[in-house]
Ligand binder design. Sequence first.
Ligand SMILES: [Zn+2]
Length: 163
Amino acid sequence: MKTPVIPESEWKWFGLAGHLIVGRWCRFHMATQVGRVLVSTVGQYMPPEGLMRSFLELRGIDHDSARGDSLDHLFEETFRNGVDIGCGRQYETMVFITEPGNVCDTAWCNCGIPTHYGHNIFMRGTNTPLDAQVAHMTTCTFFAHDQESRIAKASAESGWEED
Ligand SMILES: [Zn+2]
């Protein structure tokens, strides 16, 4: 039996990070709604200055004289793909169930990204921008096929139950 497919022409792309508290400091972000899931990839976390200095401190790197661009440069040279955002990973792809009919419409943002329950039913960590992009696309494709049974299986494996 042929299983249903959500064609790529029906996927919706968003320009802001789809998850993670520090998502807005992640230079790499892809967010795609495929049917009723949101696939979100973030990475290359470049924290704000105060934290940047702390991370450099931890690596024993002198940063006192670095300011503005030179601080950014020092940080990039040291961390390349950014600070880890999880255990052993600089990028992560997560899948969330969207809240039906709900999108971000807060006055200060209003980006239209679908809201979700915050619990990921799938996660894959990567460590290069290319791997992260591939992980994002393959995850979108995976959930575009036979979506309901794949959501059910992923939810069960992640211990998440829909109401
Ligand atoms: Zn928003």
